[in-house]
Design a protein around this ligand. Structure first.
Ligand code: BTN
Length: 253
């Protein structure tokens, strides 16, 4: 049984001008978009114990069990946040920073939107633009939940913090809000620390990868991130920039 969220403690954290905590909701991203449309004070944090229609990137669903941390932040878009490649890295770093602070583990970023711990997926980020001027950053992290009841494919490639220490959702969320707020200010001020941290947490660098970008598939070696957060892929003497897509790690080239 997981403990209920401490709303008062969350109200003291950055990025919580508006705070909603739901027992059950369709998707926190959808609720955050509704808050934007209704003119709620931003940043707004929407948290849910359970989502009945949690969404992942593309047409994927987001599977979560009791004890997972699922939330969305609605933000007013500044010029800097409009660079969505960097925003996704900033959100991923918010998770890696929070895990370091609470569990003393060092997760890695799998471009564009995943956080891996020991090569397994710990968290995913879904960024959407409800309308010009605002953005919704949705985050799902396996924290206090076990994956025993998950579909076999998820059990194989995902992991949970429950097996890596004693982090609670509350502690992880508070650490995330502090860290992400700091990463957002680095993004706004073009502080090189943001990209330096992302580059040193890059799970794909030097690895054989396959990138699916629309109808195109590229194979090559992960060669880091460009200054706008695009993925660089080395193919022989050529370096390709990929702005959007999904990545598979290959065993061999
Ligand atoms: C992915 O890995 O494809 C992204 C997963 C994002 C899941 C989170 S859970 C909270 C928020 N609400 C949603 O419906 N999705 C995101």
């Amino acid at each position: 049984m997981t403990r209920a969220f401490d709303a008062e403690a969350l109200r003291q954290c950055p990025l919580t001008e508006t705070l909603e905590i739901h027992e059950t909701i369709g998707s926190t991203n959808d609720r955050a978009k509704e808050l934007v449309a209704a003119g709620a004070k931003l940043p707004a944090l929407v948290l849910a114990e359970n989502q009945t229609a949690g969404r992942g990137r593309g047409d994927h669903r987001w599977w979560a069990s009791n004890g997972a941390l699922t939330f969305s932040l609605a933000l007013e878009t500044t010029t800097a946040y409009a660079k969505q490649g960097l925003l996704a890295l900033a959100a991923g770093l918010g998770v890696t920073d929070a895990v370091k602070a609470t569990c003393h583990e060092a997760p890695q970023l799998k471009w564009p939107n995943d956080v891996l711990l020991q090569a397994k997926k710990l968290a995913g980020v879904l960024i959407e633009s409800p309308r010009p001027g605002s953005l919704v950053v949705g985050v799902g992290v396996n924290v206090e939940n076990r994956l025993d009841g998950a579909p076999a494919e998820i059990q194989q490639r995902a992991c949970s913090l429950v097996d890596h220490g004693k982090a609670t959702r509350q502690a992880l969320l508070q650490a995330f809000l502090a860290a992400f707020n700091q990463r957002l200010s680095e993004l706004e001020s073009s502080d090189p620390q943001l990209l330096a941290a992302a580059r040193s947490a890059d799970a794909l660098r030097g690895k054989s990868i396959e990138v699916l970008d629309g109808n195109q598939t590229y194979r090559g070696i992960g060669a880091g991130f460009a200054d706008d957060g695009a993925l660089l892929v080395q193919q022989g003497s050529t370096t390709i920039r990929v702005q959007a897509g999904s990545v598979r790690l290959c065993q061999t080239l």
